[in-house]
Design a protein around this ligand. Structure first.
Ligand code: ATP
Ligand code: MG
Length: 467
């Protein structure tokens, strides 16, 4: 943790200061010779991404499949605030984790500290408790799609702001619940059309069996304590398992042959794990037991799992999750078992792109109504309104373009039909409706029957193009 100086200092890598300080800071630093203020204004912050309209259908595809699949498993959506009291994350994610020690974006308010959520579980469980959801039927099953913020080195698949689809199930201690959560992730992956995603599972035990394991780990790391990175030296006493999750090459090398939690499970944890494996076998879900998975967040107990792809390089974990039976009690609730997972949507979309998966294309324009002259423009705006009210995607000119340019635009946006209204058409009370794909033209009334006739022609075209 960086030191924070007084009321407005640095805190976990981010700061909020009054405007006067910002002004001085800008004078001192931003306006230094060579600093291009316009570049600051026009360039997004590294580690953040825009989703432009040509790409947003990919997100809509993934989010819809995730939400529909979660709903089919009985999960309902929960929406939580973007930032919470810092203490919530310190307590739940764990003060010895990389997320809390190095990755949180926090702000110092006047009285308290807030943190942009680095993950969704802590806020979700806070909301479940605060809103009394545990008084309803158990298990409580909720899902979310949200943005998370972590101050990590930006690279492909690793951002400052990223998005997760996640789900939490509260109230069940049965391994059947673990199997159900893993199965839900598997279903989402399958419905997205992803291939070759491997499921790795492990058990990291409960506080009871972990105490014995921690002793063994300390014995193992003791001769190397001085060689460990500074962070891991402080983890040695408090939480030696965290050393196994360290990204430093030196710590990784030292921890290579460390004892494994799976060899120290108590009878209850072992049986839980064996039963889970039995369920997965029964459901035909393939998995690899990977005793090295420890997960980056402290709240996990018993089952932990990751879904991994080799399609997108080093940042290949597309989903991580597990059981966290102690978290709710730790957060002041009655002891209640729970479990969950979170899927990184940037990595999921990258993998889908790499694997050539299909995304739903957004529905285009059904009809473009061009107009020549003020009276025709009035008719056009009223017709597109009527069409839109009937559920069609309809457009007309808002640029004051000539007819030729209007038709060029209709072509560009891929409108299925087009029509031009001018004084002649207004007088005749009908116009030519053009099928843009076939070039076929049909006379269509501009009167009361316009919507009915257009609906028939549109429907016939849809059937024809399906054949
Ligand atoms: P990693 O080991 O890759 O840092 P993690 O264990 O820190 O992952 P979790 O806290 O389990 O990640 O978050 C769940 C998922 O969110 C990850 O499996 C990954 O797909 C995604 N994720 C985590 N951190 C980032 C990030 N900085 N940028 C993009 N996606 C991320
Ligand atoms: Mg991480």
């Amino acid at each position: 943790m960086r030191p924070h100086c007084g009321k407005y200092g640095w805190y976990h890598g981010f700061t909020v200061v009054p405007n006067v300080f910002i002004h001085i800071w800008r004078r001192l630093f931003c306006l230094k010779k060579g600093t291009d203020i316009m570049e600051l204004i026009t360039t997004r912050i590294k580690g953040m991404e825009d989703v432009v309209p040509a790409e947003s259908h990919k997100w809509q595809t993934v989010e819809k499949i995730a939400a529909d699949t979660a709903a089919s498993y009985g999960f309902r959506e929960i929406r939580i605030p973007t930032f919470e009291n810092t203490e919530l994350f310190v307590r739940s994610v764990g003060e010895t984790t990389d997320v809390v020690q190095k990755e949180m974006f926090s702000v110092m308010g006047r009285e308290s500290k807030f943190t942009l959520r680095p993950e969704g579980t802590a806020g979700t469980i806070r909301a479940v408790l605060q809103n009394g959801l545990l008084n309803d039927a158990l298990p409580q099953k909720v899902f979310y799609i949200l943005s998370c913020f972590r101050h990590e080195k930006p690279q492909a698949g690793r951002l400052w702001e990223f998005h997760q689809f996640g789900a939490e199930m509260v109230g069940s201690s049965s391994p059947a619940a673990d199997a159900e959560m893993i199965c839900l992730v598997g279903s989402v992956i399958e419905r997205l059309g992803l291939k070759d995603i491997e499921l790795h599972i492990n058990s990291i035990g409960c506080p009871h069996c972990r105490a014995k394991y921690y002793e063994k780990l300390r014995e193992f790391f003791a001769p190397h304590k001085e060689e460990l990175c500074g962070t891991c030296q402080s983890r040695f006493e408090k939480n030696p398992m965290r050393i196994l999750d360290c990204k430093s090459e030196v710590c990784r090398e030292i921890g290579k042959d460390a004892p494994l939690m799976i060899d120290y499970l108590c009878d209850e944890c072992r049986e839980h794990f064996e039963t889970l494996k039995g369920y997965l076998d029964e459901m035909g879900i393939k998995y690899t037991v990977d005793p090295k998975i420890v997960r980056g967040l402290d709240y996990y107990t018993k089952t932990v799992f990751e879904f991994i792809t080799t399609s997108i390089g080093a940042q290949g974990t597309v989903c991580g999750g597990g059981r966290y039976d102690g978290l709710i009690e730790e957060m002041g609730g009655n002891p209640t078992p729970a479990l969950g997972f979170a899927m990184g949507l940037e990595r999921i979309i990258m993998t889908m792109e790499k694997q050539g998966c299909e995304f739903d294309m957004p529905r285009g324009c059904d009809i473009y109504i061009g107009a020549m002259g003020a009276a025709a423009q009035k008719k056009a705006v009223s017709l597109v309104k009527a069409l839109r009210d009937e559920g069609y995607h309809a457009e007309c000119d808002v640029m004051g373009r000539g007819v030729k340019a209007q038709m060029k635009y209709a072509n560009k946006i891929g409108s299925a039909f087009s029509m031009i209204i001018g004084d002649n058409e207004l007088e005749a009370g009908s116009a030519k409706l053009k099928n843009m794909a076939t070039g076929e033209e049909t006379e269509i009334t501009l009167g009361d029957k316009f919507l009915d006739v257009f609906s028939d022609i549109h429907m016939a075209d849809m059937f024809a193009s399906e054949e």
